[in-house]
Design a protein around this ligand. Structure first.
Ligand code: SF4
Ligand code: SF4
Length: 474
């Protein structure tokens, strides 16, 4: 079965027409007159969920008949036990389907968590902003009855191996420069819509989430002696666009969906509460081997500049054959929407740019179109601070909390990196073993089949369902 329902919605019964959502939308996809219910232009919308984060108009329980609220929750894909207000702007949830699958003993349930989940999940349980809880998160997922607890950070390490090799190859040959990162599905959809003639400039790497998905149903299935067709692969993401990404027709491995379903940080919290798990008092537990072991470089993918920093840590050592003198690369960290630097990798002078927020990418796209872009490598993230500020993260009701929340989550991501024993992707022993036993060389035949993808022009006006899911679901 294939589904084409939209993911981002504005409820016309609840929308006040304040247009705060329009002010944060990076692609001008919110349409409507002030004071009247707004609509989403599905062709332009990149499903980033920033409108979902900012909207504060809600249906208070005491103003609505209970069965009306229940029907709305069901329509939104929420568990009946959810007790949060219903906001006007929302993303369709997948928690109901995941709860059903977790009770199905015929399925082998595998989960992966994005880097930015472990620094925000605890906020849903009343812990201070940015509290770092990877161990409790793994324990909670095990209590939810997942058979394997894997990690998107592992996929981030694989991405560095593939994307770093691809970048060095392109810089040496001078072809298809600059190269853009391709981890952020909102950015990829925007590129396909706004600049389809530049799609050759995107790295061909799938996102870390899709890489883990592909490896779960091949390498992971082999390790566990499980039929890949029995695997139900769930990803927990800070991002509302990841559900769109996992549904893209390209994201299949040997006829199977790589990732079957994506839930957000908020939805994982709902599932944990629904199951009656006492999150606060859980012991710290580990992720499972082999697809749950990651380096510090993998964990910083959750912040703007993180992909660049991880890539430079590995790229420096691959090009110079020397140890990088400093692992904390402050020149790519920061808050500005566009940051640039020149990095010396031995004799190679690499010009890089980091874009945080899609509204800052237009100038660069115009430079590339005009053949005047000075950079070799450009990281683009759709959300203002990278994934820590994603549309699926815990909702911040007070605007004054936003900056401090993003700062706290970012600090936790960097603290997590600094506490890892291994901080470079190419030194992660699980990655070394993966290439030795299964993948062979980066960009080789097996990685090409499993870990790389193509893009499609979305330039022409299409029907509104194009901003919805494209793939099948159980
Ligand atoms: S969706 Fe929310 S933020 Fe946007 S106009 Fe309606 S009430 Fe305001
Ligand atoms: S999801 Fe993002 S792109 Fe789509 S309407 Fe909301 S803010 Fe705009």
């Amino acid at each position: 079965m294939r589904s084409s329902e939209p993911i981002i919605h504005i409820d016309p019964e609840l929308c006040t027409g304040c247009r705060r959502c329009a002010a944060v939308c990076p692609v001008d996809a919110i349409i409507g007159e002030p004071g009247r219910p707004q609509e989403v232009d599905a062709h332009r919308c990149v499903i980033c969920g920033q409108c979902v984060q900012i909207c504060t108009a809600y249906a208070p329980d005491h103003l609505e008949p209970a069965d009306g609220l229940k029907a709305k929750r069901l329509q939104r894909g929420q568990l009946p036990s959810v007790r949060e207000p219903l906001f006007a702007a929302y993303s369709t949830g997948q928690a109901l389907g995941v709860k059903r699958a977790l009770a199905d003993s015929a399925l082998y349930k595998v989960v992966q968590c994005a880097p930015a989940i472990r620094v925000s999940l605890a906020e849903e349980f009343g812990l201070p902003l940015g509290t770092l809880t990877p161990g409790k998160m793994a324990a909670a997922l095990r209590r939810l009855k997942f058979d394997r607890i894997y990690d998107t950070n592992f996929g981030a390490d694989v991405t560095i191996m593939e994307e770093g090799t691809e970048l060095i190859g392109r810089v040496m040959s001078g072809e298809r420069l600059p190269m853009f990162t391709s981890c952020c599905p909102a950015w990829v959809k925007h590129a396909e819509t706004a600049a389809p003639e530049l799609l050759d400039h995107l790295s061909s790497c799938k996102s870390p989430m899709q890489m883990v998905g592909a490896l779960v149903k091949t390498y992971g299935a082999k390790q566990d002696g499980v039929d890949p067709a029995k695997i139900y692969s769930v990803a927990v993401m800070p991002c509302t666009c990841k559900e769109f990404e996992c549904s893209r027709e390209e994201m299949e491995v040997d006829g199977l969906r790589e990732v079957d379903v994506v839930i957000t940080t908020r939805e994982l919290a709902h599932l944990i509460k629904d199951a009656g798990i006492d999150f606060m008092n859980l012991p710290d537990e580990s992720f499972d081997s082999p697809l749950g072991l990651y380096s510090g470089a993998g964990s910083i993918f959750g912040v703007t500049g993180g992909v660049m920093e991880a890539a430079i840590r590995t790229g420096y050592e691959l090009v110079t054959h020397e140890t990088i003198p400093n692992l904390q690369l402050d020149f790519v960290r920061g808050e500005e929407g566009l940051r640039t630097a020149t990095v010396q990798l031995g004799e190679l002078e690499l010009k890089v740019a980091v874009v945080a927020g899609l509204k800052y990418v237009s100038a660069i796209l115009n430079q590339v179109k005009a053949g005047q872009c000075p950079y070799h490598f450009i990281e683009v993230m759709g959300c203002p601070e990278g994934c820590v500020s994603g549309g699926g993260q815990p909702k911040l009701l007070l605007e004054t909390m936003r900056k401090s929340a993003y700062q706290a989550r970012k600090s936790s991501v960097y603290r997590h990196d600094s506490h890892q024993q291994v901080r470079k992707s190419h030194e992660n022993p699980a990655i070394i073993k993966l290439y030795k036993d299964f993948l062979g060389e980066p960009l080789g035949h097996v990685p090409h089949h499993l870990l790389h993808t193509t893009y499609q022009s979305r330039e022409k006006a299409v029907s509104p369902i194009s901003a919805g899911r494209e793939g099948g679901r159980i």
